[in-house]
Design a protein around this ligand. Structure first.
Ligand SMILES: C[S@@+](CC[C@H](N)C(=O)[O-])C[C@H]1O[C@@H](n2cnc3c(N)ncnc32)[C@H](O)[C@@H]1O
Length: 187
């Protein structure tokens, strides 16, 4: 089954001009979630968290797959992103809870960014929190470019009891983009 891309034409312009407009990384993450739709529906998570939600399009997409029984928390440091996420929720008739915060104030399953050494300044602050936040059968999705050294991220989360693999990848504007998916070892 295929799921429509949520409406997001308000992102990156007007009142939301400083909000990240969905791009190849957002679409790749949505493709990975769509590929895992059955798995996610069987999992039936009660809480889904997107760290760095920007427009909120990815969480709106996840909500269309998993349905309204889950609580969708969307964190972002940018207050405009929180407003934009609210607008995206309303346009797409889903319920998302934006929270303006650094990283997480709650439980988490997905994230992505650049900046710092190997482009991993924010990701490296977040990785140690993942195993504390992820439920026993939860899934964590992370977008990485080759410069982020995805293999090292997989090794590093292995030390926190998580098993990971690249579940989807593509080449966009000369960058190799991968979606990494993690779960707890032995589950
Ligand atoms: C590349 S955008 C991705 C947006 C969205 N996930 C998507 O795929 O379209 C990264 C987002 O992370 C947010 N961000 C950056 N640092 C953050 C932090 N420390 N805590 C929470 N959000 C952060 C940015 O404001 C931005 O909206």
């Amino acid at each position: 089954m295929s799921y429509p891309t949520p409406l997001y034409s308000h992102a990156g312009r007007g009142h939301f001009r400083d909000v990240y407009e969905p791009a190849e990384d957002s679409f790749l993450l949505m493709d990975a979630l769509e590929k895992d739709a059955q798995k996610l529906q069987l999992l039936s998570p009660s809480v889904c968290v997107e760290v760095g939600s920007g427009s909120g399009v990815v969480s709106a997409f996840l909500a269309s797959i998993v349905g309204p029984s889950a609580l969708y928390i969307c964190t972002d440091v940018n207050p405009e992103a929180a407003q934009c996420t609210k607008e995206t929720a309303s346009c797409n008739r889903v319920s998302l809870q934006p929270v303006v915060t650094d990283l997480v104030g709650s439980r988490g399953i997905e994230a992505a960014w650049a900046g710092g050494k190997r482009g991993r300044e924010v990701t490296d602050r977040f990785l140690p929190l993942v195993s504390q936040l992820l439920s026993a059968d939860g899934l964590f999705y992370l977008i990485a470019v080759a410069e982020n050294d995805p293999e090292e991220i997989i090794r590093s989360l292995g030390n926190y009891g998580l098993t990971g693999e690249s579940c989807l990848s593509t080449r966009a504007r000369n960058e190799r983009l991968s979606v990494l998916r993690f779960h707890r070892k032995g589950t």
